[in-house]
Design a protein around this ligand. Structure first.
Ligand code: 5GP
Length: 130
């Protein structure tokens, strides 16, 4: 069975898309831990991040870099954290999460938001990539 992220990539499940290229997709996390929490996923479905090929890993991080800068420009924060953690979705992905002086984000504590806000922020971040 396809992962939920493959279903998003294939358009079977909607997402608030931020950016896409031939190999990767970035979209707003539906249950963010901070405002501007974006997921970056390779289109190839591989469960474990470190099972990705070197080529895919490099493509993923190069794709993530301008997105992190765009989030940083859009959301008040000190920098963008990059994490690979969690076991919820068996499809390798990188979390891009705005950080501030409060330090490490708790992935158990969620940021309250709704679809309207996620869509608006996705559009603003995407516009900074143009
Ligand atoms: P992990 O596998 O790293 O623990 O976390 C998976 C992440 O994917 C979580 O932050 C969760 O909120 C997010 N997520 C799970 N299902 C969906 C979904 O259907 N749409 C979106 N946009 N995010 C999802």
């Amino acid at each position: 069975m396809s992962s939920i992220f493959t279903k998003i990539i294939e358009g079977e499940i909607p997402c608030h898309k931020v950016a896409e290229n031939e190999y990767c997709l970035a979209f707003m996390d539906i249950n963010p831990v901070a405002e501007g929490h974006v997921l970056v996923v390779p289109k190839i479905e591989v469960d474990y991040f470190f099972d990705l090929s070197d080529e895919t890993l490099a493509r993923l991080m190069q794709f993530a870099k301008p997105i992190a800068k765009a989030i940083e420009a859009e959301v008040p924060c000190q920098r963008i954290g990059v994490t690979v953690l969690g076991l919820e979705v068996p499809h390798a992905h990188v979390h891009l999460v705005p950080l501030d002086e409060r330090g490490l984000i708790s992935f158990r504590k969620k940021f309250k938001t709704d679809h309207e806000q996620l869509a608006a922020l996705a559009a603003k971040i995407a516009a900074r990539l143009e």
